[in-house]
Design a protein around this ligand. Sequence first.
Ligand code: ADP
Ligand code: MG
Length: 331
Amino acid sequence: REPKNKLPTYKGLENFKLLDKMGDGAFSNVYKAMDLTTGQTVAVKVVRKFELNASQAGEKHLNIQFKKKPRVTERANILKEVQIMRGTNHSSIVKLISFSESQEHYFLVMELMEGGELFHQIVKLTYFSENLARHVILQVAQGIRYLHEERGVVHRDIKPENLLFERIPIIPSKGSVQRPYDEEKEDEGEFVPGVGGGGIGRIKIADFGLSKVIWNEETMTPCGTVGYTAPEIVKDERYSQSVDMWALGCVLYTLLCGFPPFYDESINVLTEKVARGYYTFLSPWWDDITHSAKDLIQHLLCVDPAQRYTIDEFLAHPWCTAAPAPPPVSP
Ligand code: ADP
Ligand code: MG
């Protein structure tokens, strides 16, 4: 993180005092900031109106599992992101507080997710126990269910970098134990949300920059004129929500073992693996993971979108409905 004195000032953002940098991408910077009129601490996403050249934009992120798409910061795109966020109201979705713009930037003021990216927690912890993974993934899934079923929105960019923790999770130091989140500790309440103010807490879906409305909420019909739409488009639209389900499968897989289901040094080989849906439950990492978890992943990382689980099927799966393991009986 950059030291405080290196935080920039933006024309048009005079009502906010920037406190810290929370994240940066090719075209946006996200800051922790104080709203000087209300005293509220918020997150401000500052998006440059003009694209930088490719080398300036650069590959800033260590992006282990997903190819980073260059973002064209067109006005229409930002307005769509803002409009979709404005229309949402769910505890698993980051809230937009306000939107404004200057000549050079767009400013999205959001609720602050102090705990940062799930991505960083995976890096820190190596991997999550099934109970903890369930706790995290169910919150994400509730958010996706709300988007898919109540808003007709596809997120299209579900990944650990866009899943944010409300508070800084309490985690044991890396290396001290082989499996940091063991069931025993969880059951002591140490990693359960709301217990002693600690734990892993709430996680929310952020970054609606690639999201899309697929059906009209009022009329419950697909967006656009249906009558003249080509069958391949209609088909695509029918399964468009399934892209989030694939991504959810990738996130769940990664949570449980610490590495993504599809990876290769060569982008061509990686693309081919994804296209064929070629992944394995690699030994020894997957040896102790339940059959139920693997079964669920298999229904998500399924190449045919028509066969892939919908969000309702996901939530009804035994792995999701299972109660956390009871605390071990002490002798
Ligand atoms: P981009 O389109 O550049 O990926 P994001 O909306 O994903 O933009 O924000 C980039 C990063 O900024 C996120 O990955 C996260 O680390 C951080 N971030 C975004 N929104 C918030 C927020 N509301 N609170 C805290 N950090 C945030
Ligand atoms: Mg992002």
